[in-house]
Design a protein around this ligand. Structure first.
Ligand code: PAF
Length: 287
């Protein structure tokens, strides 16, 4: 029987003495990519906890916090079917106990935060200032609350995964981080809760993002390592089909710094807007 728990105190009680806890943090609106992570957790752990929490601290002022899809009932059905043991659904107050509300709006008052490494200001962090500090802070809180042995994150959010691995290393969390492969539609479009914002026509167009990354990957595999011109060609292609490109870039998968000619493990990352929807994707490449 899956339990739904909303308070830290109840969760601590339920997890007391549970061995080998696997943890999948999410913001809900679950799709096959999340369920893949739950399946991995089921395979590797004795007890599986999934959190559903739309974390205000990682959204910028002009982002989609208010509209972010909240589909708790459908999410719980999927988690039950996947064999999840506990779904943790805290309120904002439970996660941010210093919260205050006034006429000016809600203040989280989370004055203690995790300062992520400099790479958090690059790629998605360049256009989403504070985003990864918000992610790292809530993940640290969730790790402290759940105290799992293993935690599972999707590779679609490659930069996030990188920063979480740094969090675990630099703050000495005794937690193993497992990365789940990106789950895609037949068109190649990476599954994302934000795909729900797309019209049917935009969804077709959205597949071009992955195609653009695939073209770069094929070129590199056929010995074309002119990274900058490959990046520019992809940007031109995307801009020509109505995208607003944030970045397309070839990086070292080990450092996330711009790739050099000697790097053997690469990741090609992109972020672009179609209409008002910002999508991200990446492809890893080992030479
Ligand atoms: O990837 C997500 O859904 C979120 O960034 C996470 C890791 C659950 C933190 O809020």
């Amino acid at each position: 029987m899956m339990q739904t728990i909303s308070t830290v105190a109840e969760l601590r009680l339920a997890l007391n003495n549970k061995p080998n806890i696997g943890f999948v943090p999410t913001m809900g609106n679950l799709h096959a990519g999340h369920i893949h992570l739950v399946n991995l957790a089921k395979q590797q752990c004795d007890y599986v906890v999934v959190s559903i929490f739309v974390n205000p601290l990682q959204f910028g002022a002009n982002e989609d916090l208010a509209n972010y899809p909240r589909t708790l009932e459908a999410d719980c059905e999927k988690l039950k079917a996947a064999g999840c043991d506990i779904v943790f659904t805290p309120t904002v107050r439970e996660m941010y106990p210093q919260i205050t509300q006034s006429a000016a709006g809600i203040q989280l008052n989370q004055s203690m935060t995790i300062q992520p490494p400099a790479i958090a200001n690059d790629l998605c962090g360049a256009s989403r200032p504070g985003h990864f500090a918000g992610v790292a802070t809530v993940v640290a809180k969730l790790f402290n609350i759940v105290q799992p042995q293993t935690a599972f994150f999707g590779k679609k959010d490659f930069q996030q995964l990188f920063i979480i691995r740094e969090l675990v290393k630099q703050l000495n969390y005794p937690i193993q981080i497992i990365a789940g492969e990106t789950v895609r539609e037949a068109s190649g479009l990476a599954l994302s809760s934000r795909n729900g914002y797309l019209s049917a026509a935009q969804k077709q167009e959205a597949a071009v993002l992955n195609q653009a990354l695939q073209s770069i990957a094929s070129a590199i595999q056929s010995q074309n390592t002119q990274f900058e011109s490959l990046e520019n060609a992809a940007k031109i292609r995307l801009n020509a089909t109505g995208w607003l490109v944030d970045y397309v870039t070839v990086r070292s998968a080990l450092t996330l710094l711009p790739a050099s000619q000697t790097d053997k493990h690469l990741v090609i990352l992109a972020a672009a807007k179609i209409g008002n929807t910002r999508l991200i994707d990446n492809i890893e490449l080992t030479l």
